[in-house]
Design a protein around this ligand. Sequence first.
Ligand code: KG4
Ligand code: ZN
Length: 358
Amino acid sequence: MIVLGIESSCDETAAAIVNDKKEILGQSLLSQEEHKIFGGVVPEIAARSHLEHIDEIIESCLKKSKLSFDDIDAIAASAGPGLIGGVVVGVMAAKALALALNKPFVAVNHLEGHALCARLTSNVEYPYLLLLVSGGHCQILIVKDVDDFERLGTTIDDAAGEAFDKVAKMLNLGYPGGPMIEKMASVGNENRFVLPRPLHNSGDCNLSFSGLKTAVRKIIESYARDGNIAHTIINKQDTADICASFQYAATRSLCDKLELAINIFKQKYPNGKHLVVSGGVAANTYLRAHLKDLADKNDLIFAAPPIQYCTDNGVMIAWAGLERFAKGYTNNLDFKPRPRWPLDENAPKAAGAGGVKA
Ligand code: KG4
Ligand code: ZN
């Protein structure tokens, strides 16, 4: 079984081909650079850029795989959640190919792409506990099967990646902020600034990053003689210390809540073996190391996609598409891309959502 997957929900235009032996047969990815000067993704620019590049990305992916379209069994695309202009471009490309080649179309929830990716790259079996941390989402879930998620907790305000990006912006470190914060933090003192533990005593698995961000803002403002954050000049070591203290606080917050989630997971699924992290923030090696310690301490196996497959890519969409296709989930060509699409209410099972169980 061979599936082509297309990703275009944010600022990466990507395509990949995978098979059911967990082989990545070809992949192409273009990260849009146009947004850097704006300090964040501009949806209209992103959509235009996807439109301009999607054909060549699919073509080059196919060429690298040395396959022809005839060898492909199904065409999958990230159909939401995400920036709708970009999502529409990828979905239209996939539907056009499906129609022209008379192959099934599979609408993939972008978050499911992140969530299942570790099953392609490691031997992870259902059910597993997942921390999904990206630029737009931050959730703790039990993944029971394809299309079968139980959410244990979510952020009540900012996503984890969003917090990294906002702190980086306040420190003028550029966009995306996560990798820069991690780099600076590696030479910083994480104990220099004491930051709050949001929702620490809430007793549930929910997370919050907005208070943390505000606390960092206050520290940065204290460097400005006139209290205006735009007028701060912070030396490199102090910047590194702020980054390290923030990264430590964010990681501690995630680990605290995961500790609770592990207890729930183990009670419900005593045979569950894996703690998985995925999404763009999972590229953070400091976070990965702490999660591995947490898993070891709780007799779970830690798994995460290789760093290049944590941020958006076509491979995760092709793989999730393949898992869906293997289960018989395909979609009609009138499937409507979904700007919002919570993982725990996946569409294809729902009547009227354009889903077909073959
Ligand atoms: O999954 P992703 O590529 O896009 C979304 O679906 O949102 O995640 C992007 C997010 C950005 O917020 C970025 O700053 C963050 O992932 N990120 C990181 C790192 N690399 C990317 N955050 C912390 N440390 C990193 N090394
Ligand atoms: Zn993503």
